[in-house]
Design a binder for this molecule. Sequence first.
Ligand code: TYM
Length: 337
Amino acid sequence: KRRILTGITTSGTPHLGNYVGAIRPAIAASRRDDAESFYFLADYHALIKTGEPARVQQSTLEIAASWLACGLDPDKVFFYRQSDIPEIPELTWLLTCVTAKGLLNRAHAYKAAVDANTATGEDADAGVTAGLYMYPVLMAADILIFNAHEVPVGRDQIQHIEMARDIGQRFNHLYGGEGEKFFALPEAKIEDNVATLPGTDGRKMSKSYDNTIPLWLPAKDLKKAILGIVTDSRAPGEAKDPDTSNIFAIYQAFASAEETAAMRQAFADGIGWGDAKHKLFERVDAELAAPRARYEALVAKPKVIEQQLLAGARKARERSRELTEKLRWAVGVRDLG
Ligand code: TYM
């Protein structure tokens, strides 16, 4: 079977970018007959971004409820919290020892921090934790521990998946020679109609830019958020360029091919921004209204969700324990005759 795996960092409220980049494609993939799915809450990753325990807890609840509200069936997939799988940090160490430091120097998140420091004349590593630096190795362990083949993600994660491949390949080569392959080499799966969802200011929608549209806003707040998306100053009647428009990009991520073609035509015909935003709101709201109601009910039952996550971890650990035992032998820490 093809194994599909993806995770979301539990450092904030889930937003439309998480939904179109990861949750929606992952749930569609989990319904394939040839697939086995692993979906998880990356709570150890959250500690890289925030030192607020209450925020991690709240985010974990919200993101878990979001997966369930969007149709994830916990009996059919492996649904768990990263911190409930102790084999993940253990594998992180085994991988750390075969990962070139130079590979991590090139990671986007680390480089961005260094560039920002250099630009302001600070020491290059000022404020950079070893956790941020090691982020790609922890993520490689998430993926390799269940030997995933496909990883549905947004474009911003491609580099991390490539690093997971490199690291897995290096381990296979070092400890398996030409023979045994411990790890399958994962591939990123990107939705064609969702390049990178822009946020309300036109940059990539991201918790760190504070430009997100939360996934479960009540309809009237969702409308307000959409009406607040920045546009250029072209007036109604003037032709507009869909390919540089945030409104169009978000619309496309929620619409069928026919609807998208019709919207492209409306742009050429000079639809006003207000009209375009109303159409966008209607499309997004039509897709989210039913799961929003389920979300509200689920998020009010943290104990039920906790039980589901613990059950999911028990099931997943049957796999992670078996592989970890094999790896301990392979590296030589379990072999005294
Ligand atoms: P995170 O939590 O930043 O984002 C979760 C998922 O949402 C996608 N995404 C977007 N997609 C399209 N447009 C956007 N504006 C947008 N913003 C976010 C992300 O690409 C991602 O798929 N390191 C990961 C979490 C992680 C993980 C993993 C993912 C940890 N281990 C193993 C896959 C496999 C992260 O911080 O994603």
